[in-house]
Ligand binder design. Structure first.
Ligand code: ZN
Length: 378
């Protein structure tokens, strides 16, 4: 998902642009900080590894104050390292071998997200600087890669086999399942009763991106502007006398957006319109049309998942790209129930998402999670 998707969006919004620039300025020292952390972790792992090898009975007894505080030190440093560092080498999570359980010993994983993307439309900004790490946001994709290769990536590569550990995220939004990995969640941690004093748990609240970078369009204008919302995009219904005008009236808002889809994108991505379950109460209507296949009939929007590929495919049969126009009509009193995104999911991931019950609106937003790292000497 590093490359820009083949979809053009016709948007210009100075508020959003300002936000992007602010985000870019915010985080300058992240990478340097992370490198220092990694070095100190490597040193600590090395020293503590020697200690734990020397004292075989470490697990049978309660740790001394010194041992305990060393463990605490490395747990905190490791946690901060994982959250603030994107890992090495660059884009390690995209290494195809990871999907087959083949893990290079060169990979030191990190969970931070590099490469700035635009807040609303979630495209990687042209002006983005590669060295920027997004603060306090972890990559769901990296987390899943770690989960599937935990022993190699964490126990061996990061900890040089000196520690037992586990990682978990608990989303504050209960529509998203917690994810757990490593020791301790499948009883491999051993007899927990004997280890109360030997385990360190570090807990941080961070954001996780989940599948938010698959969002092509976040229709959050009502949410941003509330009662002051005014449609700022030109709608093709404004100028065509044969089509119903989409000017908001005293009772309802119209939200209209234009975007381009390339035929090539259709081969690579599955397009869906995803809505929160509250959409059923929003009494919203929608129209999707291409500019040369206009449509005047609004339809009730009450499905959480709408597959858009068949619609696009019909238009793109004889054309390399088309401009589409999507229109929503929502009663002003119900704008809180209107939560809808247009997403483009890489085709090789769609079945997985469906099988894991993750093709849902909530998985396509950054969400706050409690990040837990548990550690003990091996
Ligand atoms: Zn319109």
């Amino acid at each position: 998902m590093r490359e820009k998707k083949n979809i053009d969006l016709t948007i210009g919004d100075s508020v959003r642009e300002k936000k992007i620039i602010e985000d870019l300025i915010k985080d300058k020292s992240g990478l340097l900080y992370s490198t220092e952390l990694l070095i100190s972790i490597i040193l600590l792992v090395f020293i503590l590894g020697i200690i734990s090898n020397l004292s075989d009975d470490l697990n049978e007894k309660v740790l001394s104050e010194e041992e305990f505080s060393s463990l605490e030190d490395i747990s905190i440093k490791t946690c901060d390292y994982l959250l603030n560092n994107p890992g090495n080498p660059e884009n390690w999570e995209e290494n195809e071998n990871l999907n087959n359980g083949i893990v290079s010993s060169n990979i030191i994983p990190g969970l931070a997200i590099k490469n700035k993307k635009i807040e609303n439309n979630q495209f990687y900004s042209k002006s983005s600087n590669d060295e920027k790490v997004i603060t306090n946001t972890i990559s769901y994709n990296k987390l899943i890669k770690i989960k599937n290769n935990y022993n190699q990536l964490i126990t061996t590569n990061l900890f040089n086999n000196s520690f037992k550990s586990s990682i978990a995220i608990y989303p504050l939004n209960n529509k998203i399942r917690p994810i757990t990995m490593g020791y301790g969640f499948d009883n491999n941690f051993g007899d927990e009763n004997n280890e109360e004093g030997n385990i360190i748990v570090v807990n941080r609240t961070v954001k996780c991106d989940f599948y938010s970078n698959f969002v092509v369009y976040n229709f959050n204008d009502y949410e941003l502007f509330r009662d002051d919302y005014k449609r700022d995009e030109i709608c093709n219904h404004d100028t065509n006398p044969n089509l119903t005008n989409h000017t908001s009236d005293i009772r309802t808002f119209w939200l209209c957006k234009n975007f381009r889809v390339y035929k090539k994108s259709l081969e690579e991505y599955d397009f869906y319109l995803l809505s929160d379950e509250s959409i059923k109460n929003s009494n919203s209507y929608w129209i999707l049309e291409s500019l040369n296949r206009t449509n005047n009939n609004k339809e009730r929007l009450n499905q959480e998942i709408i597959d858009l590929n068949p619609f696009f495919r019909e238009d793109l049969e004889n054309s390399s790209n088309e401009i589409y126009s999507i229109h929503f009509n929502t009663p002003k009193n119900n704008i809180n129930d209107f939560k809808t995104v247009l997403v483009a999911i890489p085709k090789n991931m769609t079945n997985n998402l469906i099988a894991n019950d993750e093709l849902k609106y909530d998985y396509f937003k950054s969400q706050e999670v409690n990040f837990l790292l548990k550690m003990r000497y091996k």
